[in-house]
Design a protein around this ligand. Structure first.
Ligand code: NAI
Length: 395
């Protein structure tokens, strides 16, 4: 069948297998050309490995460091006429590319929060790799079922008082206003349960208890802070509360697992269009303005450029370069004063009439479609395809 995009606001319900493959291949080519890692890891577990920052991390580990990788993801295989998710196709393409270069790559598809998946991953590590020397935590999940069966739902709300600001209407690219409600105490707590650091620490504890992690291993998780403009919806919102908990957890992991020599870091990354971030209100307009400013200044990066810089320049596996609070700042270019001054100037003026002058709407949508394997150069979208694609390591 022919596969075309079916977009519903911030979601695309279809994905294109050959487009996703091309996307993965382009990222591999980038890493091979630009990776400069000293003392890279050799056996890496990536939790949330199939899209966005986690996929870029897996590609850097494998093709930049020659590492064996185990990826954990929550994706869906095709069924009848329904395509698989982009992360499924990305992972199939990744495993094929890894096999072509004799790189070990296996994937576990299931709920990373569950004990079953943790046990399954640990069994796989013990059987095939012995131990891992790096654990990258890149989950972006809407909900979590805890061990006792309680389901926590993360929400994207502000805290304190309701917050109103400009917003890009994704249906027709007009600029309107959006009011974001203040969360209740329970909603903040639930978001912290899902996106905070508890599960990250649970993974490290499970790996340590099972003797499946090397001494001196490195672990890191991804965070976002952003500019003051987005504080009410991001850093001072529910998700920000979760990120602050994640930051605190890095210190706790380094302290609690000191005897095992494990170092835990937070890498604060740049705001980018991914499946997780396009669901946050107000943020897509900020990103479209940011993209246009950073592209004009020659500073724009995507996930693969960011993570290549994390592994190389920021030396996350060596003497990691951190700020005064122990955070690795990959958002250094986004937060340059000259970038943010220009974003603010445009933000004041932007409206439906001038949106294309002040924001990179095309760039926003290009990234969005490409996440699902559409709008990729060199892919024949008229071709009939079987949407069902196997991932070699998943039976
Ligand atoms: P994404 O939506 O592209 O990737 C999420 C990954 O998590 C996918 O591999 C998905 O399969 C996996 N996943 C989701 N629920 C799961 C579950 N229950 N069990 C197993 N796997 C599951 O998201 P993105 O944007 O790459 O986010 C990754 C991390 O980076 C998040 O912590 C996010 O907050 C952070 N980050 C994102 C930024 C952005 O602008 N996109 C900026 C800075 C940090």
């Amino acid at each position: 069948m022919k596969i075309s995009p079916k977009v519903r606001e911030f979601l695309c319900l279809t994905a294109h297998p050959e487009g996703c493959q091309k996307n993965v291949e382009n990222q591999i080519t980038y890493v091979k050309k630009h990776s400069e890692v000293k003392n890279g890891p050799k056996k890496v577990l990536i939790i949330g490995a199939s899209t966005g920052y986690g996929l870029a991390s897996r590609i850097n580990a494998a093709f930049g460091c020659g590492a064996a990788t185990i990826g954990v993801m929550f994706e869906r295989q095709a069924a009848g006429k329904r395509t698989a998710t982009a992360g499924w196709y990305n992972t199939a393409a990744f495993e094929h590319a890894a096999a072509n270069e004799d790189l070990y790559a296996k994937t576990v598809n299931g709920d990373a929060f569950s004990k079953e998946v943790k046990d399954q991953v640990i069994d796989l590590i013990k059987k095939d790799l012995g131990k891992v020397d790096a654990v990258i935590y890149s989950l972006a999940a809407p909900r979590r079922t805890a061990e006792d069966g309680t389901v926590y739902q993360s929400v994207l709300k502000t805290t304190g008082e309701d917050f109103t600001n400009k917003n890009l209407n994704l249906k027709d690219n007009t600029i309107g206003e959006k009011t974001i409600e203040a969360a209740t105490e329970e909603e903040v707590e639930a978001t912290v349960k899902v996106m905070g650091g508890e599960d990250w620490k649970a993974w490290i504890r499970a790996l340590t208890d099972a003797d499946a992690i090397e001494e001196d291993a490195v672990t890191f998780a991804y965070s976002y802070i952003g500019p003051e403009l987005t504080y009410p919806i991001y850093f001072e919102g529910t998700i920000g509360a979760a990120k602050k908990h994640l930051h605190k957890t890095a210190g706790e992991i380094s302290e609690e697992f000191k005897e095992n020599g494990i170092s835990a870091y937070i890498s604060v990354n740049k705001g980018l269009v991914t499946q997780a971030s396009s669901a946050i209100p107000i943020v897509p307009l900020y990103m479209a303005v940011l993209y246009s400013v950073m592209k004009e200044k020659g500073l724009h990066e995507g996930c693969i450029e960011q993570i290549t810089r994390l592994f190389g320049e920021k030396a996350v596996f060596g003497q990691a370069e951190t700020d005064g609070q122990g955070l690795i700042r990959l958002d250094d270019w986004e937060l340059k004063p000259e970038v943010q001054a220009e974003v603010e100037r445009r933000w004041e003026k932007i409206n439906t009439e001038n949106v294309r002058e002040y924001a990179d709407i095309e760039g926003y949508w290009e990234d969005f479609y490409q996440m699902f394997g559409f709008h990729m150069d060199g892919v024949d979208y008229e071709k009939d395809l079987d949407p069902s694609v196997n991932i070699p390591s998943i039976p």
